[in-house]
Every structure is written in C-alpha cells, then in structure tokens.
Design a protein around this ligand. Structure first.
Ligand SMILES: [Fe+2]
Length: 316
C-alpha cells in the first residue's frame, strides 16, 4: 500500500493577532485527511506566531479534535516563532530584539516539546531535548532537526536565523546507522529553515503564484538565513536523504539542491501572496518511489482535485 504524507508549515497560530489562521489550519488539515486521504501529516515549524503557550494548547486541542494527536498520524518540529515569537505591532519592533536576548531558549523548546509530548513519544534520539530524531512511519523514516539558532547580537539578533550544530550533524550521522533508517523505503529530512540560496530562486517551482522577485527580496534579508547549508547537504548526501521538507519563507514550491528534491510548504495557511490560494504538498511513497504534488485547498472538501490546480513532480 502506498503511503501518503501531507506536508504543511508555518501556520503561525495566534488568536490575538491572526485569529483567521486557526480555522484556516483546520481546513487544511481536514482537506489533507479527508479529500487527500493522508496517512500522516508533517508540520515543519512555526506552529505559533508568538511562542505563546495558550496558542500551543489551542493547537494541541485542534489536533486532538481531528484525532491526530498521535505519533503515527502526525510529526511536528519546532520553528523560530515557536521559540522567539515575533513582533506583531509597530511598538513591538523596538522591544523585540531585547525580548529575543532575554528569553530562555531551552525552556521555550521544552515547552513546545512537552505540549506535543505524544508526538515525540517514540522518537529515536541521542539528545536530551530531542533533536535530531529518527522516527519510522511504515516504510518511511523521518529525520527531524531543530534548525533554530540561539540568540546572538551579531549573528541572530531577532531569532529568525538558523543553524544546525556540528554536534547535531554528528548525532544525525550516528542515527543514520540505525536499522530504522537503513531499511526505510524513503528517508526524509525535516527542518524549519529553507535551504535554497539566492541563486537558486530562478529554479524554484512555485505553486502559489508568488513572484520570484518577491522571494529573492525576502531571502536577501540577513535575518532569514540558515547558516551552514553546504555542510548540511554534504551530510544529507552521506546519509542518502531522499527528500527535504521545510518551511520558513511563506510560499509553496519545490526545488532540487545537490540532486536532492526539497519541498517548501510555508504557504499553506499564511502565504505572502494570497491571490494564488492556499497550497500544501502531498508526498506519495510507494516502495522506493516518491511523487510530490502541490495541492490547492478547495473550498468544498469533497471536490475532486483538479489537474490544473496541481504541480506534479516525480522526484525519484
Ligand atoms: Fe520561520
């Protein structure tokens, strides 16, 4: 039986400043579970917009109500907004860097992990905080990273830059020796931050209609970067990673880096360009074959998927 995974990212739930995101996330999840018959859901970070514990609990209740608060049905990883939050009013802009400097990074990651404890219950990990981890779902093995860099006045002043430590690289390489990874039909790496460079923008397949100029302008910002991407892809190649899933820049699309297909699903709930609609990615794994499709959210859940609303890409 083929396995179908729905990937979305960056719902930025915040009942105070983005109340519309919660019903939108529910619609995307219902669409994935209903119309697309997804066996498993993956959300690659920024579940919340402001790292608010009440928003985390609201999301937890949503997962519970949909019957997916279980490891076999759902995988989540932490995003920068789940740790540092973000400025939501003009007044916040001045105070936000100081808030980032003062907050307790480890405590915030722990709150995220504890809120979704059921989803992390069967992870294989060597780290006290749980990243990187391996998780086997049927014939797919997931490798989840925490790509959120710690605060630094020069390197990460507002918490949005990314980094995966050399120790996390070492642990991931060790985890790849586990039979759960070695015997998997498909090996998928998960991280929050995007892995494309400015020069890759021309090769992005964009589903939701955001302009390449819009993407390029955003990734030129010095506060949205993942450091060490070249080393990370060396690791992915050494580990035989088949697919990379991420979020962080708010559009839905795909690209290939160093021969590895990569999907971004950060436009599912909160896209930069709203005119194109709401898309998320669906990955179908059948033995060693993966097929990835960007699926447009339809208003009627029962409506059949229109061919012209999808961007199909055979990736292996
Ligand atoms: Fe982010």
């Amino acid at each position: 039986m083929p396995m179908r995974i729905a990937h979305l990212s960056d719902p930025h739930i915040n009942l105070k400043y983005h109340p519309q995101h919660l019903p939108r996330l529910r619609r995307v999840l219902e669409d994935a579970l209903g119309r697309m018959r997804a066996d498993h859901i993956i959300i690659t970070g920024d579940l919340t917009s402001n790292a608010d514990a009440r928003d985390l609990l609201t999301i937890r209740r949503l997962f519970e109500s949909l019957g997916i608060l279980k490891s076999s049905k759902l995988t989540v990883i932490v995003g920068n907004h789940d740790v540092f939050g973000g400025p939501h009013l003009a007044d916040d802009l001045l105070a936000f860097p100081d808030r980032c400097r003062r907050l307790d990074y480890d405590e915030k990651v722990s709150i995220f992990q504890d809120t979704f404890a059921e989803l992390f219950s069967d992870m294989i990990t060597m780290d006290a905080q749980g990243y990187p981890f391996l998780k086997r779902v049927k014939n797919v093995c997931l490798l989840g990273f925490n790509s959120i860099a710690r605060h630094s006045l020069l390197q990460n002043p507002v918490g949005s830059n990314g980094n995966i430590s050399s120790e996390a690289h070492r642990q991931a390489f060790e985890l790849a020796k586990h039979h759960a990874w070695q015997t998997a039909g498909s090996r998928i790496a998960l991280l929050h931050h995007h892995t494309f460079r400015p020069r890759d923008v021309a090769h992005l397949e964009v589903a939701d209609g955001i302009s390449r100029g819009g993407i390029a302008a955003r990734i030129e910002q010095h506060t949205l970067k993942l450091h060490g991407k070249r080393q990370l892809f060396k690791l992915f190649k050494a580990m035989d990673v088949d697919l990379v899933l991420h979020g962080h820049i708010h559009f839905t699309g795909s690209y290939t880096r160093d021969g590895i297909p990569c999907l971004n699903s950060a436009g599912a709930v909160y896209p930069v360009f709203r005119g194109g609609g709401y898309y998320y990615n669906v990955i179908e794994v059948d033995k060693k074959e993966q097929t990835c499709t960007a699926v447009k959210l339809e208003k009627k859940l029962t409506k059949a998927l229109q061919e012209d609303n999808s961007l199909a890409m055979s990736v292996r």
